[in-house]
Design a protein. Structure first.
Lengths: 231, 74
C-alpha cells in the first residue's frame, strides 16, 4: 500500500511519519507538497504534526485552505483513508472532516510527555491491530478536544472515539487527562470511519529504540484495512 | 470571542491576574481577537460588512467555538 504524507509550510513531523511507514514498516510512501491539488494514487494520506503556518490565527486554520486539501477532501469523500496527527488533527477539524475543535490546553502550558492511550474502539480501520493500551508522546499547546454535548453524545453513541488518555490500567481517569479534553478524548474518527484524527504521535513510538514501539500498531491497522490481511 | 459555554482557560487566568491587582468583583473574563482588514477605496459600507462577515465566517473565526461581530470603521 502507499502512504502520502502532506507537508505544509511549518510541518515538522512529516519525516518521522515517512520514516516509520517506509523504513520501519516497508510500505511505499511519498511526500505531498501542500501546493499540489491531488493526492495521486495513495491509499492513506497522513497530515503530520508540526506548526503549519506558525499556528497563526488558529492552529491549522490557514493550512486548511492549502490547495492539497481539495485533494485530501476528495480522497476522503471517495472513502480513502486519512490520518491526521496533532497539527493534522487540528487541520481536519478546521476543514470540517472531523467534528469539534482543539482548544488551548486547560493548564495553559505546552505539554511534552508520553501519554498512555486506551483503545476505545478496537474495531476501526485505525485500531484493529492495536492492543488495549498503547503509548504515544504528546507535544502540544492546543490539544484540548472540545465538542458540544450533542456532538459528543453522537461520537460516543456511534463508537467513533478511537483513543482516550488513560492510566496504566487503561482507565480514562481525570488524572490521566493532560489537557482537559472532553471525555479524555485523544482521537476520533469520521462518520464514514475512514478519517482519523489524534493528538498523540504514534509515529514517535514506532521503533524499539524510542520506546515499546506500540505506536506502530496504528499504522499496521491501516495497512491491514487497505491490504485486507496481515500487515 | 470564545462562545459562552466553552471553557476559556486564558480568560480564567486573566481573571486571576485581575484579582491579584485588587479587582475582586470580576465574575468572568473572555479573551478574544481583533482582526483589522483594510479594503480598497471605493468599497461601500454594505459591501464591506458583507465581505467582513464572509471573511469571519470562513477563516477568521472558528464558528464551532467562537462568535464574531463585524464593524466597519471609517
Amino acid at each position: 500500500m502507499k502512504f502520502g504524507i502532506v507537508t505544509f509550510p511549518g510541518s515538522n513531523c512529516d519525516h518521522d511519519a515517512y520514516h516509520v511507514v517506509k523504513h520501519q514498516l516497508g510500505h511505499e510512501a511519498a511526500f505531498l507538497w501542500h501546493k499540489e491539488t491531488t493526492v495521486g494514487d495513495v491509499d492513506c494520506v497522513v497530515l503530520p504534526g508540526g506548526f503549519s503556518y506558525g499556528d497563526y490565527l488558529r492552529c491549522g486554520a490557514i493550512a486548511r485552505f492549502s490547495p492539497i486539501m481539495d485533494g485530501v477532501i476528495a480522497h476522503a469523500r471517495r472513502g480513502g483513508y486519512v490520518i491526521g496527527i496533532c497539527n493534522g488533527f487540528q487541520v481536519l477539524t478546521e476543514a470540517g472532516l472531523l467534528p469539534g475543535a482543539l482548544l488551548r490546553n486547560q493548564g495553559l502550558k505546552f505539554i511534552c510527555e508520553d501519554a498512555i492511550l486506551a483503545t476505545a474502539n478496537g474495531h476501526l480501520p485505525f485500531t484493529s491491530r492495536c492492543p488495549e493500551t498503547l503509548v504515544a508522546p504528546i507535544a502540544h499547546h492546543d490539544g484540548c478536544y472540545y465538542a458540544d454535548d450533542e456532538t459528543l453524545a453522537r461520537l460516543e453513541g456511534e463508537g467513533r472515539v478511537a483513543f482516550r488518555y488513560a492510566d496504566p490500567a487503561g482507565e480514562a481517569t481525570p488524572d490521566a487527562n493532560p489537557n482537559g479534553s472532553r471525555n479524555n478524548i485523544a482521537g476520533i474518527v469520521s462518520e464514514g470511519g475512514n478519517v482519523l484524527g489524534m493528538m498523540p504521535h504514534p509515529e514517535r513510538n514506532a521503533e524499539k529504540a524510542l520506546g515499546d514501539a506500540s505506536g506502530a500498531w496504528v499504522f499496521r491497522s491501516i495497512a491491514a484495512a487497505v491490504e485486507g490481511g496481515e500487515a | 470571542m470564545p462562545r459562552r459555554g466553552v471553557l476559556d482557560p486564558q480568560g480564567e487566568a486573566v481573571r486571576h491576574g485581575l484579582g491579584a491587582l485588587g479587582f475582586s468583583g470580576v465574575s468572568r473574563v473572555r479573551v478574544g481577537r481583533v482582526v483589522d482588514v483594510e479594503l480598497p477605496d471605493g468599497v461601500s459600507r454594505d459591501e464591506a460588512l458583507s465581505q467582513g462577515r464572509s471573511m469571519a465566517s470562513k477563516l477568521l473565526a472558528n464558528e464551532v467555538v467562537e462568535d464574531f461581530t463585524v464593524e466597519v470603521l471609517d
